[in-house]
Design a binder for this molecule. Structure first.
Ligand code: NAD
Length: 504
């Protein structure tokens, strides 16, 4: 088995670049074989993976299996099965004025992709981007989180064993190793983690103009709208919030609920948490643990000085890295609890005056990774349309991450770029347009010198080619009724005609 520990960052990048330059990683057969090997690794080593996740963050084996092994296996399978379709070159039409010629769009690899992962889903958030990178024909370096050491060591052992050392490497370590790999000239950085570190990664990549994908976090709100089924909403929110002890980037961070139901909703979430984890979650192996002492201290600090009422929970047992599922009603808007991403099992419920108030509340804050609306679907769609977020759900939470048919990613402060399914392959490849002409015929009329006759002919010829379709078609009384898009165009044409002093 190949080990990369003794290699410097420069050597790892050079080794993988050689694999890319040999053309091997671009071959569809190589990509398909790598994806199949990744599937085999997930199938054959799921026990060891579950154990490593439980050792690192105390998550139940079934939860580890569902969120990190089964979920990634589905993602890899979707990429392998659709590889030819998603990666193939497409022919596209060529405008008449450029013919004779034909045009195509090639999807070409970026080169060496560095995947930097966080600790909270320590396998999924490395292996799913890895699958996308390989499907796109790249070589890839995985840099697991130093805060999930069991998973990091397991990946360093399994990945070269299953995928070979040719186009893939695992580099263990922390900020220094990540920085050195970026400086060594990787072609793309796919980073999942906090916004603060995301900024540092972006700065580090800037001198070489190395492109980055940033999968960040933020405060993902839940909005309770009119007609919401409070009991179902409370159960779904409790499930999403307390899964992995709240340490999910798309976990509901806080709830905005109309003041007439907010208190009732807070109590319903407390009851749902009780149903999920019993009266003593500290004794329940289904309930997760906080990753380390530093994060536990951070959460304990959020639990004091928030100015709200603790509806349930609040207990912290430092030596067991335990924070109880906690619901806080009406905390102070300016408390750290409502400022930083909570990333733990604490749920503030904030009474608001209505959906207009909720919209203003969100508009004043950084764009979240996810927005969850509970209520009538129609209202939910209107609400979502009037707000910004990386992803959104109506009447559920977290499930948008599980579909390989939906792109996943943030916008604004919650990230740059999307992946999952074909979107991952597209993100990690370049769409390269190619226009192909034969040497003959070689029309000379567009070359200088521009005589008056030549100019007249060219202008007349181009005028003939450029039909004004909207004016001709929309002006006709007998044509088909205009579509909404056309109506906008008709408006524009009328406006231009009015400016021209002519009748539309
Ligand atoms: P983090 O930002 O502290 O670390 C992420 C990775 O960056 C680690 O591999 C770490 O070694 C590396 N790193 C740390 N400091 C660095 C530096 N100065 N230079 C270069 N690399 C550095 O994040 P975390 O604590 O592991 O994870 C929690 C955060 O990740 C939360 O904010 C969460 O919302 C976010 N997250 C986002 C997603 C998503 O898909 N959008 C998923 C999971 C977690």
């Amino acid at each position: 088995m190949e080990t990369v520990k003794e290699e410097s960052a420069d050597e790892v990048v050079m080794r993988l670049r050689a694999a890319v330059e040999s053309g091997r990683t671009t071959e569809l057969s190589w990509r398909a074989r790598q994806l199949a090997a990744l599937e085999a690794m997930l199938a054959e080593c799921s026990g060891a993976m579950e154990a490593a996740i439980t050792a690192d963050i105390g998550r139940h084996g079934l939860e580890a299996y569902l969120t990190e092994i089964y979920a990634v296996a589905r993602e890899v399978r979707a990429l392998r099965r659709n590889l030819w379709r998603w990666a193939r070159t497409r022919r596209v039409a060529t405008p008449l004025v450029l013919r004779p010629a034909h045009s195509r769009l090639d999807r070409v690899p970026l080169g060496v992709v560095l995947v930097v992962g966080p600790w909270n889903y320590p396998l999924n958030l490395l292996l799913a981007p890895l699958a996308a990178a390989l499907a796109a024909g790249n070589a890839a370096i995985l840099k697991p989180s130093e805060h999930a050491p069991a998973c990091s060591a397991l990946l360093a052992e399994l990945v070269p064993t299953y995928l070979g050392g040719d186009g893939v490497a695992v580099v263990e370590g922390g900020p220094a190793e990540t920085g050195a790999l970026i400086d060594a000239g990787v072609d793309h950085v796919f980073f999942t983690g906090s916004a603060a570190v995301g900024r540092l990664v972006l700065e580090r990549a800037a001198p070489r103009l190395t492109p980055v994908t940033l999968e960040l976090g933020g405060k993902s709100p839940v909005v309770i709208g009119d007609g919401a089924d409070l009991e179902v909403a409370a159960r779904r929110v409790a499930w999403g919030k307390f899964l992995n002890a709240g340490q999910s980037c798309i976990a509901p961070d806080y709830v905005l609920a109309p003041s007439r139901v907010a208190r009732r909703f807070a109590e319903a979430v407390a009851a749902a948490a009780d149903e999920l984890y019993g009266a003593d979650p500290a004794a329940n192996p289904d309930y997760g643990r906080i990753v380390n002492a530093a994060h536990l201290e951070r959460l304990a600090a959020l639990l004091s000085g928030h100015g709200g009422e603790v509806v349930s929970g609040g207990a912290v047992i430092a030596e067991r890295r335990y924070v109880a599922p906690t619901i806080i009603y009406a905390p102070d808007d300016r408390a750290p609890l409502m400022d930083e991403e909570i990333f733990g099992p604490i749920l503030p419920v904030i009474p608001i005056e209505g959906e207009g108030h909720a919209r203003r509340f969100l508009a004043e804050r950084p764009v979240p990774l996810a927005l969850y609306y509970f209520g009538r679907e129609r209202n939910g769609r209107d609400f979502i349309a009037g707000t910004r977020s990386g992803t959104a759900c109506i009447n559920t939470v977290m499930h948008q991450f599980a579909s390989s048919k939906l792109p996943f990613g943030g916008v604004g402060e919650s990230g740059i770029g999307h992946y999952h399914g074909r979107y991952g392959l597209e993100r990690l490849s370049q769409l390269r347009p190619v226009l192909i002409k034969a040497p003959h015929p070689d029309f000379r009329f567009a070359y200088p010198p521009y005589s008056a006759t030549k100019e007249r002919l060219v202008r007349a010829g181009l005028g003939l080619l450029a039909r004004p379709p909207h004016r001709a078609r929309l002006g006709s009384e007998t044509g088909p009724p205009p579509r909404p898009h056309d109506e906008a165009v008709v408006g524009e044409v009328r406006h231009l005609d009015a400016l021209d002093g002519r009748d539309a």
